[in-house]
Write a protein that binds this ligand. Sequence first.
Ligand code: SAM
Length: 396
Amino acid sequence: MSHITVRRAFKEALESLPSQYLYLGKRDALLLAKEGEVIYPIALLPKKGGIIIKVQRGGHFLDQVSLANVLLSTAENLKGKVLQSTVPARIHPKPTPLQYVTPRVWLEKGKVYGLLGEIGPLLVEVGFGNGEFLEGLINPDRRVVGIEISNWSIRKALGRLRGRDSYIILKAPGAWALRWLFPKGSIDTLYILFPFPWPKKPARRMVQAPFLDVVSRVLNEGGKIVLATDHLEYARDIGSLFMGSPIFQGIHPPMELNTKYLRKWTSQGLKIYKMAYRKAGNGSICEKEDETETLLCYPLEVSIPDPQALWQGFSSWGFPLPQGGYFKVESCLYCPVRKTLLFTTVLQDPDLCLHHTFLFWEKGVMDILSTWGEVITHPLAQAMEKLAYRIRKGFE
Ligand SMILES: C[S@@+](CC[C@H](N)C(=O)[O-])C[C@H]1O[C@@H](n2cnc3c(N)ncnc32)[C@H](O)[C@@H]1O
């Protein structure tokens, strides 16, 4: 995560910042910076002889230029001397190519159909690495979406695909994106080639039972999933998962699956396990209602009679989610000028760990700071209701 360290006494710096947007914690502070329609929560942490400024978690979904602009302008506001920086000193703003979208742009531009038109089969690759396999998929008669979390991979792929058409790169975690951003039955072929096997932490693997639910929902009738791994145990688990499901049947995997990791592992003499499964019917394992309602703001009425007391009394609090995972408050900050509270929270669900920032403002309305096109999923909505209820009731 990018950050800047500025030489300026912490207390003095806090005094020089716009206090109505400054939230104070026990040791740190949070500044809300607005750029266009987006609010960036910026963490200010005291460091010997200086202050570390960094965009709060969630900011890693911003593109590098926005991230750097926000950090550099905050450093400028502090009028301190930059001691250390992981953001480039000079930014040359480039217009973001349409082919590179964040979840927010994806949602606002009307999902995949709005972006790519409706013609031709939809092919999706999750975790495309250097993008060479993705490049081979692109052809004017198809719609291709590559999903990645790594900035390095995205930059590499955008360079490789310069001048090409009918593709989109989506920056989001794969399982999450498939679950929340793709309509039911929309994908023709899904490729997952050499996903991380997490040998010491298999619980982190992408292809597990909950992922099978997601795949069965997003593939269309006759749609395929193609996988490859060098990891025997992962290959066996994937095999028994799909073969044990009444919805999928094994088919021959394509011979040609040339990727950087395939070459890497074969050059080391490792065996490669290629697998492919076809979705037999039109159903899905877990017939859910379409939960992809995209509320970017979720106001909730809560009255906070004594915010200062609540802030002081609020220690780490959380609860398990009915469908697995948990929701936990990480910190509670207070703005003495506006008498508002800000909560930073973590929601761990089966797919990924999400960090959020909630604001309780003057009229007692709870809002979520949408830093990267937040989708209010059902687990998150439940967590927000519960948090609001807890505040409403006080801490007796
Ligand atoms: C081992 S590399 C394989 C890259 C490429 N498929 C190949 O075969 O050369 C795994 C890739 O998956 C990406 N990745 C890991 N977790 C991911 C996730 N949850 N969502 C999307 N991409 C992910 C990583 O950034 C990395 O580029």
